[in-house]
Design a protein around this ligand. Structure first.
Ligand SMILES: [Fe+2]
Length: 250
């Protein structure tokens, strides 16, 4: 089984993920060995929390491309960001300081974990009103959304794309995230799973154990949709504002 990973911090020197080019290469090695064939780097973006790293991101992406081209000709690399939401954040996209996923209309968005459900819902609507399709990063990690399923159902019905981290259903991100992610998977509301990889140890680029778990428990068709069909459809949706960079090797 092959995978498309559209949320990770494997590009070096630009956030709390990989620190060096060697680490980025090792993470690409691990992701490829796990089965990833489409990989979209998504460095955190918020000028106050994470700083501005556009030049480093561009240089890091070129270095990653060069490595992938020589080592893994069938691996496609893409660029995006994980946007830490604030009210004025859509300006950063217009200013090309922050990227959508591969330049499409899909925007990966996260929040601080104590964010209230009403604020997350309002933010999702503002993103949509701005012409983007929000992909809510690790929906299982915001406690405010999980008193019951209604908040998540409301978002789903409005067209928000719901992403779960691959470590969560297996318990790697705590008991709460484990139970919440499993409840959402059982409901069928989750759209895609991504690694959210930061390093080789604590937050590894590992999708296969979660894919196998979801295949067994919720059905292989659903697992294929979560790990391959939906993320690939997003990357190839091509409705882009031209902010991303795609490398096609197939
Ligand atoms: Fe992330």
């Amino acid at each position: 089984m092959r995978f498309a990973d559209i949320h990770n911090h494997m590009l070096y020197g630009v956030d709390d993920g990989a620190k060096t080019l060697e680490e980025t290469r090792a993470l690409i090695d691990a992701a490829y060995a796990d089965g990833v064939r489409h990989l979209c780097f998504t460095p955190h973006y918020h000028p106050a929390y994470f700083g501005e790293h556009q030049q480093e991101i561009a240089a890091g992406f070129r270095a990653a491309e060069a490595y992938a081209a020589s080592s893994y000709p069938d691996l496609s690399l893409y660029l995006g960001n994980e946007l830490r939401y604030e009210r004025s954040c859509l300006e950063w996209l217009g200013q090309k300081r922050c990227r959508t996923l591969n330049g499409t209309r899909y925007l990966l968005v996260d929040f601080l974990y104590p964010e209230p459900a009403e604020a997350i819902m309002e933010a999702m609507l503002r993103v949509m009103n701005g012409g983007y399709i929000p992909v809510l990063a690790h929906v299982e990690r915001y406690e405010s959304l999980h008193r019951d399923l209604r908040e998540v159902e409301r978002m789903k019905s409005r067209g928000v794309i719901l992403q779960v981290d691959a470590q969560s259903p297996l318990g790697g991100l705590g008991l709460g995230a484990k139970h919440r992610s499993r409840r959402l998977l059982a409901s069928g509301m989750i759209d895609l799973v991504a690694s959210d990889a930061h390093n080789l140890n604590r937050r590894p680029p590992q999708l296969r154990p979660c894919f196998e778990f979801i295949s067994r428990r919720y059905g292989e068709d659903y697992a294929i949709q979560l790990f391959w069909e939906t993320p690939l459809r997003i990357l190839e949706s091509g409705e882009g504002s031209g902010q991303g960079v795609a490398r096609k090797t197939r």
